[in-house]
Ligand binder design. Structure first.
Ligand SMILES: [Zn+2]
Length: 114
């Protein structure tokens, strides 16, 4: 992913409008490109700051950088879970296929023997 593309997707990311695959590429770029990470932090801070400016909550976490890191961590976790599920699904369908082949062979042997 290029930096320009990343920066065009920042709003979609913050609005939760990216697909999981797009989010994966997006987060990966944020992890490896300091410049884009800073841009993301800035845009997140501005956006959340505007949304929360009227709230007077003493317990509110004003460490936007930390909050953004938590969001990114949640995304990474979702991507990992999805990856594991994909592997499980693939393994299961492979297993089902070979179990079916084995069953057919056993059935053929039974027919031929009888
Ligand atoms: Zn970049």
């Amino acid at each position: 992913m290029r930096c320009l593309e990343f920066q065009q997707q920042i709003n979609d990311f913050l609005d939760d409008r990216l697909t999981i695959a797009q989010t994966g590429v997006f987060v990966e770029h944020a992890d490896t490109c300091q410049e884009c990470m800073e841009e993301l932090e800035l845009r997140y801070m501005i956006r959340v700051g505007i949304l929360e400016q009227d709230r007077d909550d003493r317990d509110m976490n004003y460490d936007y950088s930390q909050r953004l890191k938590r969001i990114l961590e949640r995304c990474r976790k979702q991507i990992r879970i999805r990856y594991i599920f994909r592997i499980l699904k693939y393994s299961l369908s492979t297993l089902t296929f070979w179990a079916s082949v084995a069953l057919i062979l056993i059935q053929l042997r039974i027919w031929l023997a009888g």
